[in-house]
Design a binder for this molecule. Structure first.
Ligand code: CP
Ligand code: NVA
Length: 326
């Protein structure tokens, strides 16, 4: 493991070089193979890890928890209402307290600045488990899944279709550019990514052989795509925008027809999950038309969403082992 990763926080992909990201992916693949073979190396033996959650989570919380236990660490879940964080105590004070007791801190929440402040004051590695702006551990699982499917990531094309300015889209744009991949953000004009971020990503892509296309045209965006990627149309904290998003994003729903319009028979479907793909959840019953993907695609042969979900475990483990492991 490169010395450059040790002791570092993992807050956003912009902070990491292409080699460092590739190294985390290689470590994730190694840890995955070892887990499957029943080999346990206890690389986080005796460590105590705080898991702070302002927003709910299934995959991220479980991945951090199981990864800790697999590697011999103790995870401590601290939910929004469990601690003084941000209410009776500043983020900086909480960070300094937690840093005296824990060896590493995961944070999921709203403002990205919160995780930056935690990292500034904690004195131990802090890992971003999702903020309004970024979801960097998700990206590692996404591209590990693509690497398992297609091999070398450089030159592969990923088309993200939906809300082009959320945490997942932002992370895909930056991460793909760093790895020399071709990223397409396919969304209506009103949901295109921030101009400054697009400019920064284009500059990165120019140095790696990758590329970025932002388009409102589904046909243009998905042509030649190796993977079509979806996320929910309204992220956590945007619940009051659901009706508006159903109207705006309806034409961007992932359909079997869209999957076949890539012109490639091997195109896979990815989704960070949770996903609306049928009428079987409370929220989808209350909001007809909220489905960002047809059930036939989600459940179909091109879908890799549960491989991707499993890869959250191996990649999050790699982030903790790479930055903190023995
Ligand atoms: N993909 C993802 O972050 O899932 P959770 O919200 O369940 O953690
Ligand atoms: N963009 C989604 C991702 C969930 C994993 C959200 O922030 O709710």
């Amino acid at each position: 493991m490169a010395a450059t990763l040790k002791g570092r926080s993992f807050l956003k992909l912009l902070d990491f070089t292409p080699d460092e990201i590739r190294e985390l992916l290689a470590l994730a693949a190694d840890l995955k193979a070892k887990k499957k073979a029943g080999v346990r190396e206890r690389k986080l033996d005796g460590r105590n890890i705080a898991l702070l959650f302002e927003k709910p989570s299934t995959r991220t919380r479980c991945a951090f928890t199981v990864a800790c236990i697999d590697e011999g660490a103790h995870p401590e879940y601290l939910g929004k209402s469990d601690i003084q964080f941000g209410k009776k105590e500043t983020v900086a004070d909480t960070a300094r307290v937690l840093g005296r007791m824990f060896d590493g801190i995961e944070f999921r929440g709203f403002a990205h600045q919160t995780v930056e402040t935690l990292a500034e004051y904690a004195g131990v590695p802090v890992w971003n488990g999702l903020t309004d702006d970024w979801h960097p551990t998700q990206f590692l699982a996404d591209v590990l899944t693509m690497r398992e499917e297609f091999g070398d990531l450089a030159g592969q094309t990923l088309a993200y279709v939906g809300d082009g300015r959320n945490n997942v889209a932002n992370s895909l744009m930056v991460g793909c550019a760093k790895l020399g991949m071709h990223c397409r953000i396919v969304s209506p004009d009103t949901l295109h990514p921030e101009h400054d971020l697009v400019a920064a990503v284009e500059e990165i892509a120019a140095s790696t052989g990758g590329s970025l296309v932002v388009t409102s045209s589904v046909d243009e965006g998905v042509a030649g795509a190796d993977a079509i990627y979806a996320d929910v149309w309204a992220s956590m904290g945007e619940e009051d925008l659901i009706a508006d998003r159903i109207r705006t994003l309806g034409p961007y729903k992932i359909t079997e027809k869209m999957m076949s319009s890539t012109g490639k028979s091997g195109t896979i479907f990815l989704h960070c999950l949770p996903a609306f793909h049928n009428l079987d959840t409370e929220v989808s019953k209350q909001n007809p038309g909220i489905q960002e993907v047809e059930d036939e695609v989600f459940e179909g042969p091109q879908s890799r969403v549960f491989d991707q979900a499993e890869n959250r475990l191996h990649t999050i483990k790699a982030v903790m082992v790479g930055t903190l492991g023995n």
